[in-house]
Design a protein around this ligand. Structure first.
Ligand SMILES: Nc1ncnc2c1ncn2[C@@H]1O[C@H](COP(=O)(O)OP(=O)(O)OP(=O)(O)O)[C@@H](O)[C@H]1O
Length: 307
């Protein structure tokens, strides 16, 4: 893909290119006083993902059309196959238009860029293939927990759609990728996170966790991969995401150890081999946040072993 350096002036916007598992993602952030116009809609101080054919206009000035060029790409098996498509594809699901632009994949879900035509906004559509009934129950548990939450540092859920094969969760879009990729990228470019930035990220993470813990919910999967950046760039606003392992009434002990070993507290590690021992989710989240702080400051590589 050829990206013209003069496409958008730095005075108006910043463009960022990321390449997660699903292919290249180009985002554009408004840094101007007047905003930018995307497909006729004014965008202010937000980051958007640029799709093939999108038209960006600088108010009373230049207009650009975004063209994605595909090289040697293969046909997609389905819309939710994360392989980059040969041509842009989209599908209507509920009141949303789900595009073939893949934002990321996890062990259970594929996340695509979607559009909410009524609210004129881009959203993330997390699609989870459900084979068995108990899986539907597990996913709906995540959904029910998320639905009750509203906090600037928690990834908001807007809506859900269910059919025989998939559950689709429509989420607040984060255009900056996840904290793991951000830490790795800053290490590679020699632009390491400084103490002040680590403090800023940590402060937000603790605000989000305090909000959850006040509602007696533990996250139990707190790790950099599950922390999303609202926009690309330094000193990011962060949002806690992926509530698949979250647990309500979490003042109670759990005997079912879950999460990633490197982020587990000592009592969680002990419980791994001693089935009669339990641990409590809320203090475990606090321990995991401490590990994240340690990683941000020391850049020590921790091997992730997920249970
Ligand atoms: N709201 C969002 N906005 C943008 N990208 C997102 C959003 N939610 C998830 N993603 C992307 O999709 C990827 C997979 O999502 P997620 O981690 O929730 O899937 P999962 O299958 O539940 O993960 P896990 O393997 O940890 O269980 C994330 O790493 C992230 O890159």
């Amino acid at each position: 893909m050829d990206i013209c350096a003069k496409l958008v002036t730095t005075r108006h916007g910043r463009r960022e290119v990321r390449s997660p598992s699903g292919g290249v993602i180009i985002s554009c952030q408004d840094l101007s006083r007047n905003g930018i116009i995307l497909n006729g809609q004014c965008i202010r101080k937000a980051a958007i993902i640029l799709m093939h054919g999108d038209i960006i206009q600088l108010p009373n000035s230049l207009t650009f059309t975004c063209l994605h060029c595909w090289k040697n790409s293969t046909e997609k098996l389905s819309l939710f196959d994360p392989t980059p498509p040969t041509h842009p594809v989209q599908k209507n699901i509920g009141g949303y238009i789900v595009t073939s632009q893949c934002l990321g994949t996890g062990s259970f879900a594929t996340v695509h860029l979607a559009l909410d035509p009524t609210k004129h906004r881009q959203v993330a559509c997390k699609s989870i293939r459900t084979k068995r009934d108990h899986e539907v129950g597990q996913v709906m548990k995540e959904v029910r927990i998320l639905m009750t939450l509203k906090h600037p540092n928690i990834n908001e859920i807007y809506d859900t759609e269910e059919n025989k094969k998939f559950i689709h969760i429509f989420l607040q879009l984060c255009t900056g990728g996840d904290l793991f990729t951000y830490i790795t990228h800053t290490a590679e470019t020699g632009n390491r996170i400084c103490e002040a930035e680590a403090k800023y990220i940590m402060y937000q993470l603790l605000l989000g966790l305090k909000y959850l813990h006040d509602k007696l919910i533990s996250h139990r999967g707190t790790k950099p991969e599950n922390i999303l950046l609202y926009c690309p760039g330094p000193y990011p606003r962060i949002l806690i995401a992926d509530f698949g392992l979250a647990r309500p009434n979490s003042y109670q002990e759990t005997f079912n150890v879950c999460g990633t070993v490197s982020y587990l507290p000592p009592e969680g590690i002990l419980a791994l081999d001693n089935k009669h021992l339990g641990y409590i989710g809320m203090p475990a989240d606090c321990w995991s946040s401490g590990v994240i702080l340690y990683i941000m400051l020391s850049y020590v590589h921790l091997t992730s072993i997920t249970i």
